[in-house]
Design a protein around this ligand. Sequence first.
Ligand code: FAD
Ligand code: SF4
Ligand code: SF4
Length: 384
Amino acid sequence: MVAKGDMLYTWTNNADIAKSAECGGAVTGLLHFALENKMVDGVLAVKKGVDLYDAVPVVITDPEELNKTAGSLHTGTLLLSKLVATYLEDMKDKKIAMAVKGCDLMGLIELARRDAVNLDNILLIGLNCGGTVSPVTARKMIKEKFGINPDDVVKEEIDKGQFIVITKDGEHKGISIDDLEEEDYGRRSNCRRCLYKVPREADLACGNWGVIGDKAGRATFVEVCSDKGSDLMAKAMAAGAIATEPANPKGIEIRGKVEGAMKKLGQKWRDRDFSALNEDLWGTIERETGRCVKCYSCIDQCPVCFTDPEQFQKDSRMIRRGGLPVDPMFHLRRFAHISDTCVNCGQCEELCPMEIPLALFSHAIRTEGDLLFEPKLGKAPYTN
Ligand code: FAD
Ligand code: SF4
Ligand code: SF4
């Protein structure tokens, strides 16, 4: 029997998956089981592209192909949510499974509220998330701070507060993320502010925090979050695809403490980023967005923005078409229609060629709005 609320150390019994998985291979093992047994028609996951700084989304319909998606890519800053709504139109009425970080999940929840995706058709395997590092920052940081050629790195990990790289010659080197971030390396700024560390709105929440003793590094910590999740776990266990044991109580306590510490750190970054911004909010927004070249990347990947770029400029005498610099109302209009549901996924900022801190602005406005309205309206279904 597996029930909602259970916490289990879990590992795959598939030797090939176990070899390439991040921890116990429970995530890939469960995705494999769901696909093989036709519980879903396809899996949307992430695989390594040209190198380990290049994370590529992939739809898989052959279970044997899933092996190449095992492992965590911490420099994989992509967001899966809008891909479902934009590119998987032909799978709209089919069932899919996805491994999702907190921001992927928050984006999907917002898309479902707009009827752009149907969550009943999606099996959600959540991944705990301490954060991601931009591929550009990662290469720079590995060269400048680690003194290692980024092309010689064969594996990167985030463990016990350190960013760790392993080279093709077997050299291991780790540096504390706190120290890296003091020098503006390390995680993306939206990830530093993120408070959604364990995605409990998914069907399962999987991670490595709290796996201790002889299972450390060899099992995945799985928290069962829904009946759909317990059904998948029970069927996969019965078929021998995965094995489980109850999580060690000490491990559960440690996981809770790490989650709490990460949230505290996220709050510290919010206080720091937002108070600096509040010194001159509108002046900063006007100055920074003045560099905009109207490439529309911020609109394109934002999971809560569904505006047609052409339409965006129409019908306003405050947004003149065809010229640069952009009129300030271009961005103010964007903030006005997304900032009540911005999930702080960082995509707008990540993709902006002019390096405008767009996620900081919309996240600050969202957070301010939450503080004002939550006493009346209650909390959002997740903590972004
Ligand atoms: P595997 O069987 O190896 O499967 C991993 C799955 O993750 C695959 O489906 C793959 O497609 C997917 N994936 C890989 N990279 C990405 C990405 N960038 N975006 C979306 N999906 C991706 N756990 C913690 O307990 N604490 C943490 O701080 C933490 N931080 C993480 C940060 C990132 C960016 C990621 C991707 C994962 C993080 N995890 C964290 C989860 C942990 O690394 C493992 O993914 C989890 O324990 C499952 O292990 P596994 O062996 O069962 O996964
Ligand atoms: Fe992870 Fe949050 Fe960053 Fe998304 S925004 S990658 S969930 S830390
Ligand atoms: Fe993500 Fe930016 Fe959209 Fe907010 S505004 S949800 S950070 S893309």
